[in-house]
Design a protein. Structure first.
Ligand code: ADP
Ligand code: MG
Length: 258
């Protein structure tokens, strides 16, 4: 099982939208996807509700043995967010290890695990990053959002170093500019600045600001299944970016089966 965490301490940058679309894309190709919603706001859990395994995300931070998951035809099993996740931020560091061990029990059954995180660099997000092999960070090209990229990168690089010392790794897939307004000179110049500041970390893709992305998630489907011409461009950009994420995770593109 390859595990990817999507992280950025800013809210509203597109973490959940990307996580859910990545899960849909991989599931359509026949990959068995375990989706872990670690954000008590539970946005992803709402969209992916039909795939619920009945397991609560807070249970992953407790040592009790978890029930077996029956993977349905959709190829996605959701471990849904629950309010008890909030209390974990005051828990002991040892919950990171428990979380990793609990996820590991599903490693044989699933090909991919996608972890959606809260807009914070909390103990829960840290656990997600320790459990992950890959991390992806959507970023918004607003000035206030770009200001947070340094601490985001420091966190990711810090955890990567700690994992490498223990013989593990955390591959930073990169920052993916999202919600880009192509007509905004400010967005264009912020994007250029971001690329100049972190040429090795900014993915050469972007996702524009398009309402069909929010509509798709509310309708519990990926944007490429929205039958409107306005959704076509959004679908194209989303597919292109996620195919590169998939590629960087070493997951071959397969023919769509669903
Ligand atoms: N490219 C986009 N274009 C338009 N709306 C978007 C786009 N990406 C995300 N959104 C919307 O912006 C809001 C925040 O996105 P979300 O994925 O929930 O962010 P996060 O998980 O980082 O808080 C949601 O309402 C979502 O539907
Ligand atoms: Mg979210």
């Amino acid at each position: 099982m390859k595990t990817i965490a999507v992280a950025n301490q800013k809210g509203g940058v597109g973490k959940t939208s990307l996580c859910v679309h990545l899960a849909y894309q991989l599931a359509e190709q026949g990959y068995k996807v375990l989706f872990v919603d670690c954000d008590p706001q539970a946005n992803a859990s709402l969209t992916l509700n039909e795939f619920s395994s009945g397991i609560k995300a807070s249970q992953l931070f407790e040592p009790a043995k978890l029930p077996v998951i029956e993977l349905g035809e959709g190829n996605i099993a959701l471990i849904h967010a629950d309010p008890a996740l909030v209390n974990l931020d005051r828990a002991a560091m040892s919950i990171i290890e428990t979380f990793m061990e609990q996820l590991e029990t599903f490693a044989e059954q699933f090909d991919v695990c996608v972890i959606d995180n809260s807009p914070s660099l909390s103990l829960r997000t840290t656990a997600g990053l320790f459990a992950a092999d890959f991390v992806l960070s959507p970023v918004q090209v607003e000035s206030y959002s770009i200001q947070g990229t340094t601490s985001l990168l420091q966190t990711i690089i810090g955890i990567r170093q700690r994992k490498q010392q223990g013989g593990g790794d955390l591959v930073f897939i990169g920052m993916l500019p999202n919600l880009v307004n192509n007509n905004s000179p400010m967005h264009r110049s912020n994007l250029k600045e971001l690329i100049e500041a972190y040429p090795q970390y900014v993915m050469p893709f972007k996702i524009s600001n398009r309402t069909s992305i929010g509509e798709a998630l509310a309708d519990q489907m990926p944007v490429w299944k929205i039958n409107k011409s306005a959704a076509r461009e959004a679908a194209k950009e989303m597919r292109a970016a996620l195919s590169e994420v998939q590629n960087r995770m070493g997951l071959a593109t397969r023919e769509v089966t669903k």
